[in-house]
Design a protein around this ligand. Structure first.
Ligand code: PXP
Length: 246
């Protein structure tokens, strides 16, 4: 069964729009995480960015306390955040690139160029009992480097697929790239997740990508929740994920 990890960052984005710098506020991403779990989500993802633009430290500590499924901490390979992760002990970390001017995580990690630093963090996390995923564009060299680094998972960046979804030819190219990447990763014993830009429209076709374990979805779920509620948004997404053959 294909699992759903819900990224709750945008719940915090909405809170910060009104309550930035305060120690409380609504909506509460932790309450949202619990509602997602109750609706059947298999995990919760939160990105503690260095600039704390949405999720803040108290969120991740509270999440660690109350999450019953799996906590996936998205993070940059930055000393301050690595130290927090080692104390927090999420079930898994997903290492992502971070640029302060980006609206959301835009590109994949350059694993090839950062093999040493990523290997070191991967080892420290694993030694603390935390699994490691690397968020990468679906290219052969990045997948090879991810295996070399010793990551347990890769998360395939589906942003280009989502971006080109309206153009059948371009989306086919991106889909084939994802399929080839998933096959290569599987051969190298890397477990495969995917995410970024996935929504209620582009999910069905993604079933053609083999070997996926979990999808991480945020923006479209939180957006849909505004009109139908979080539980319905999660249930509808889970329904679209049913029947995945792997
Ligand atoms: N996976 C990763 C690594 C991400 O950085 C993001 C965006 O924060 C997502 C998944 C979720 O993307 P979206 O919000 O577009 O569903």
């Amino acid at each position: 069964m294909l699992k759903l990890g819900v990224n709750i960052d945008h719940v915090a984005t909405l809170r910060e729009a009104r309550y930035r710098g305060r120690d409380h506020g609504e909506p509460d991403p932790v309450a949202a995480a619990l509602a997602c779990e109750a609706a059947g989500a298999h995990g919760i993802t939160a990105h503690l960015r260095e600039d704390r633009r949405h999720i803040v430290d108290r969120d991740v500590w509270k999440l660690r306390e109350v999450i019953q499924t799996r906590l996936n901490l998205e993070m940059a390979n930055a000393p301050e955040i690595v130290a927090i992760a080692l104390k927090l002990k999420p079930d898994i970390v997903c290492l992502v690139p971070e640029r302060r001017l980006e609206v959301t995580t835009e590109g994949g990690l350059d694993v090839v160029a950062n093999e040493r630093a990523l290997s070191e963090t991967r080892k420290r996390m694993n030694d603390a009992g935390i699994e490691v995923s690397l968020f990468i564009t679906p290219t052969p060299s990045q997948i090879e480097a991810s295996a070399f680094v010793g990551a347990q998972f890769i998360e395939l960046h589906t942003g280009a697929y989502a971006e080109h979804f309206a153009d059948p030819e371009a989306r086919q190219v991106e889909l084939e790239r994802l399929i080839a990447a998933a096959k290569q990763a599987h051969q190298l014993s890397l477990k495969v997740n995917a995410g970024h830009g996935l929504n209620y429209e582009n999910l069905a076709l993604l079933h053609r990508v083999p070997h996926m374990i979990e999808l991480n979805i945020g923006h479209s779920l939180v957006s849909r929740a505004v009109t139908v509620g979080l539980a319905n948004a999660v249930t509808e997404m889970l329904r679209l994920m049913e029947g995945y053959r792997g």
